[in-house]
Design a protein around this ligand. Structure first.
Ligand code: G3I
Length: 382
C-alpha cells in the first residue's frame, strides 16, 4: 500500500469511535436535541446572540467532514459538562492548547509534570477522539528547567533530547502527530527565529535534531513544522517554504506542514487558497492547525458588525473549500483554535478582545451562523 494510501487508511478513513459511555441517557438526549436545534447547549447558559446565532439546525460537523475536524482543548474547559458534550458532538480530533508545552510540563528543577497531558491523552482515548501534540519546541518557551543549562554543551543537548524523547515516547502510538518545531520563521519572514535552542544547538541544526529525536521516540507520528501568518504574509510563507526545502534536502523526517491560520478580515481574498496550494507542493500532509478568524480589535455594531461577520464567513469558506481541494492524502486535519468564542485566546490577556467572535460557537455554545457556513461548505464538498 503506497504511503498516501497508508496515510489515508491510518488517519483519514478512521472513524473515531464515539464513546457515549460517559454520557448519561439524559445528557445524550439533551445533546442530540440541542445539537439539532442549532442552539447547542447554550440555550440554558448563554446570552441571546440572536444576530450571530444560527436559525437552522446544524448537524455534527465532524460527520460532514471527509477529514479529521479538530478543536483545541484544556482541562479547565473540560470541567464543564456542556463543553464536553458540544466538543464530542462536533469534533473528531483535539489538540492541547497549552498543557503539553515545555513551560507547562518542565519544572524549574528539570523534573517533569505529566498530570495534565496524561489527563488529556486519557480523555481523548476514552472519548474516541484523535489527538495531535502541540508543541515540542517553541522559541517563546524556554523555561528555567532547561534555560539553566544555557551554554552547558552536552548537558543542554541531553536536556533538549530528553524533553522531546520523554514527551513523544510517553504517548507513543497514542497521538496522530506532533508540532515538533513551532514558529521557526521571523514575523517579517526575514530569516529564522533566534532562541535558547538555536543559540545552543544551531539555527537549523536544533530543528533537525528535534525531528530526529521525535522520529526515534514515535516512528509513526506525523512530525510537523508549524507557523502562522503564512496566508497573510507571502514573504513569511516563502521563507517557511525555503526552510522546508532545506530540511527535506538534509533528510530531516519532516512529515507534515502546519499553517496555524489565525486569520483576520485583512486577509486578501484568495490568500488562504494560495497558501495551501504552495504548502501542498511538497506532497506532505497539511494541517490547518489553529483556525480562527478575528473580527478585529474594535467592537462593531449594526451594519458594520453584519459586514464583518459576512467577511469572516467568506474567509472560512475559502479555507474550507481550498482544504477540500487538496489531495485526500494531504488532508491531515482542520483544527479550530477554540470551541466557543469565550474560550478563544483572542478574548484573553494580553489581547483581551472581549467583543471578538473568532470561532464557530458563541459564548454559551450556541451554533452561530459561522457554524452554518462551515456545515454548508463541508456538506457541499462531500
Ligand atoms: O496555566 C493556567 C492554568 O493553571 C489555569 O487553570 C488556566 C485557567 O484558564 O489558565 C492557565 O493559564 C494560561 C492559559 O493560556 C489560559 O489563559 C496558560 O498559563 C497560558 O500559557 C495559556 O496561553 C496559551 C498560549 O498559547 C501560550 O501557551 C493560550 O491559551 C493558547 O491559545 C496559545 O496558543 C498559541 C499556540 O500555542 C501557537 N500559535 C499561537 C497561539 C496563540 O498565541
Amino acid at each position: 500500500m503506497g504511503r498516501a494510501l497508508a496515510f489515508r487508511a491510518r488517519y483519514v478513513d478512521v472513524k473515531p469511535r464515539l464513546s457515549f459511555a460517559r454520557l448519561s441517557r439524559r445528557q445524550l438526549i439533551a445533546a442530540s436535541i440541542a445539537g439539532w436545534m442549532g442552539n447547542g447547549l447554550a440555550q440554558q447558559a448563554g446570552p441571546p446572540h440572536d444576530i450571530a446565532r444560527s436559525k437552522t439546525a446544524i448537524p455534527p460537523l465532524k460527520s460532514l467532514a471527509r477529514f479529521p475536524l479538530g478543536c483545541c482543548i484544556a482541562r479547565p474547559y473540560l470541567r464543564e459538562a456542556a463543553y464536553e458534550t458540544l466538543l464530542l458532538q462536533q469534533f473528531s480530533q483535539v489538540t492541547a492548547e497549552w498543557e503539553m508545552k515545555m513551560n507547562q510540563v518542565l519544572g524549574d528543577d528539570g523534573t517533569y509534570r505529566f498530570e495534565a497531558p496524561d489527563a488529556l491523552v486519557d480523555f481523548a482515548r476514552r472519548a474516541g477522539l484523535a489527538l495531535h501534540g502541540h508543541a515540542l519546541i517553541w522559541f517563546k518557551h524556554a523555561p528555567v528547567g532547561i534555560a539553566r543549562l544555557d551554554g552547558g554543551g552536552a548537558a543542554f543537548e541531553r536536556a533538549y533530547d530528553d524533553h522531546i524523547a520523554g514527551l513523544v515516547g510517553r504517548y507513543r502510538g497514542r497521538l496522530r502527530g506532533w508540532d515538533v518545531i513551532n514558529e521557526p520563521i521571523q514575523p517579517d519572514g526575514e530569516g529564522l527565529r533566534v532562541s535558547l535552542f538555536s543559540r545552543n544547538l544551531g539555527d537549523e541544526a536544533h530543528m533537525a535534531r528535534a525531528f530526529e529525536v521525535a522520529r526515534q521516540a514515535d516512528p509513526d507520528a506525523v512530525l510537523f513544522l508549524n507557523d502562522y501568518d503564512l496566508e497573510m504574509k507571502p514573504e513569511k510563507r516563502r521563507a517557511f517554504l525555503r526552510l522546508v526545502e532545506r530540511l527535506l534536502a538534509r533528510g530531516v523526517p519532516l512529515g507534515g506542514l502546519g499553517t496555524q491560520s489565525h486569520l483576520s478580515l485583512a486577509m486578501r481574498p484568495g490568500a488562504a487558497r494560495q497558501a495551501l496550494a504552495d504548502l501542498a507542493g511538497f506532497g506532505l500532509p497539511i494541517h490547518v492547525s489553529e483556525l480562527d478568524i478575528s473580527l478585529g480589535r474594535h467592537r462593531l455594531d449594526g451594519a458594520e458588525l453584519a459586514g464583518a461577520r459576512a467577511g469572516q464567513a467568506r474567509i472560512l469558506e475559502e479555507v474550507l473549500n481550498a482544504f477540500h481541494d487538496l489531495p485526500p492524502a494531504q488532508q491531515y486535519a482542520i483544527t479550530f483554535w477554540g470551541l466557543r468564542d469565550a474560550d478563544s485566546w483572542w478574548r484573553k490577556p494580553p489581547l483581551n478582545r472581549a467583543h471578538d467572535e473568532p470561532v464557530l460557537f458563541d459564548d454559551g455554545g450556541g451554533a452561530k451562523k459561522l457554524a452554518e457556513t462551515a456545515a454548508a461548505s463541508l456538506a457541499r464538498a462531500r
